[in-house]
Design a protein around this ligand. Structure first.
Ligand code: ATP
Ligand code: MG
Length: 388
């Protein structure tokens, strides 16, 4: 019941209930969220991350573990479903929204809002916003550029749902251009400059849209992340985050400038691309440079310091989403709280307060502050079943 939800008086997006069917290791499980904080406790491989993954899928239509739908649907089943009731605000005029995502092992998805099929992903997005912070996110600092690109894409999909279309358009052009380059490499077809330049133009147009949005996002995230980083580290380190395509680029460049540099970079690589049979320039290869006091963050400091940076990035993501959407997103903390020392835990918990609905997973409750646990609802998960 909405009235019994002890959430602060400010406007708040929240998830009221989740129903997952034939999803990962769950058969048919319903969960009602009745407190601002839910803690899900369970041993390894019981279904903690799977549950958070289901929520993130509704918010972004992507899995943070980036699997095919075949992996999301319970083994041996054809169809899996995630159903959620959520509410954007506590104001009396806001009604609950029911979201349904049906996945098929064959790959086709159905999206439904309040019983109405949504042919476009765009129309499904935006009903639920969420920020996930999991141990995988340490890859944001230490991992490959792909994890940083994925992070930007996931944030952008929620900030401006049209981005999911732009991403699909780019990926389609990229796939076709790659197929052409591969055929040329294998000698199946001959290189024709005119044909290739058509694909180049499409790649540049679609790619520039992604580059500009990713770069703009970083411009907005950086000052927020910088402030969090200073406050958590207690230091005065200078954090810089820059978007780095494979050509000279400045966030202030005009569309025409970016397209021109993109184009020139492709021309320079034309021979190598044909030789390798794949596209080497474009947002699928771009990097996000994280630097602290002019040192690449990857080479900077201890694991603890890197965690501080990831925490600052995640809090910036949360704050930015909140300011754009007007309500705090759901926060999904997958097994990370226990990994943070008490000071970092405090920062995180103070930042979220009771304002942000939070679902936390953990293998043990020992490292949580007792007073804080008092205000949380605790569920146990065992072999894909939630015990209340
Ligand atoms: P940990 O503490 O190790 O992170 P966890 O509780 O988060 O564990 P999950 O990742 O949620 O664990 O669940 C893992 C379990 O789900 C594994 O036993 C895995 O085999 C099972 N699983 C994953 N995908 C499927 C699927 N498609 N069908 C059936 N079971 C699956
Ligand atoms: Mg897990």
């Amino acid at each position: 019941m909405l009235e019994s939800l002890p959430i602060g008086s400010s406007a708040c997006m929240y998830l009221k209930s989740l129903h997952i069917k034939q999803f990962r290791n769950y058969i048919d499980q319903e969960v009602n969220f009745t407190a601002p904080k839910t803690v899900i406790v369970g041993n390894n491989a019981q279904g903690k991350s799977n549950l958070l993954e289901a929520v993130l899928l509704l918010a972004t239509l992507r899995s943070h573990r980036v699997s095919k739908d075949r992996d999301l649907v319970r083994n041996g089943e054809a169809i899996g479903e995630i159903i959620a009731t959520c509410q954007r605000s506590r104001s009396p005029e806001s009604y609950p929204v029911e979201l349904l995502m049906r996945m098929r092992a064959s790959g086709k998805r159905t999206l439904n809002v309040n019983g109405v099929n949504q042919a476009r992903h765009l129309d499904f997005l935006g009903n639920l916003n969420a920020v996930m912070f999991s141990s995988l996110d340490l890859d944001l600092v230490r991992g490959s550029p792909e994890s940083r690109r994925n992070w930007l894409d996931t944030v952008l999909i929620q900030l401006e749902p049209i981005y999911i279309n732009l991403l699909q358009q780019y990926n389609q052009v990229l796939r076709q251009r790659n197929a052409l380059l591969k055929s040329i490499k294998q000698g199946q077809i001959q290189y024709e400059p005119q044909q290739m330049s058509l694909w180049d133009a499409q790649l540049v147009t679609a790619g520039t849209r992604l580059i500009r949005r990713r770069s703009r996002l970083l411009e907005r995230l950086t000052p927020i992340a910088h402030t969090w980083h200073q406050s958590i580290s207690g230091g005065s380190e200078h954090l810089e985050i820059n978007y780095l395509p494979k050509f000279a680029f400045s966030p202030t460049d005009t569309v025409e400038n970016i397209q021109q540099s993109f184009f020139e970079a492709i021309l320079q690589k034309a021979v190598i691309e044909q030789h390798q049979g794949t596209s080497l320039i474009g947002p699928h290869r771009d990097e996000v440079a994280l630097t602290i006091n002019a040192t690449p963050a990857r080479e900077y400091g201890s694991q603890g310091q890197q965690r501080t940076l990831v925490l600052a990035l995640k809090l910036a993501e949360l704050e930015l989403l909140e300011s754009v959407v007007g309500e705090p997103p759901l926060l999904l903390l997958d097994d990370v709280l226990a990994e943070l020392d008490l000071q970092r835990q405090d920062h995180l918990l103070n930042a979220i307060g009771d304002r942000v609905q939070t679902i936390i997973t953990t293998t043990h409750l020992g490292s949580f502050d007792a007073q804080w646990l008092n205000s949380a609802r605790i569920f146990q998960v065992e072999s894909g079943r939630i015990l209340f």
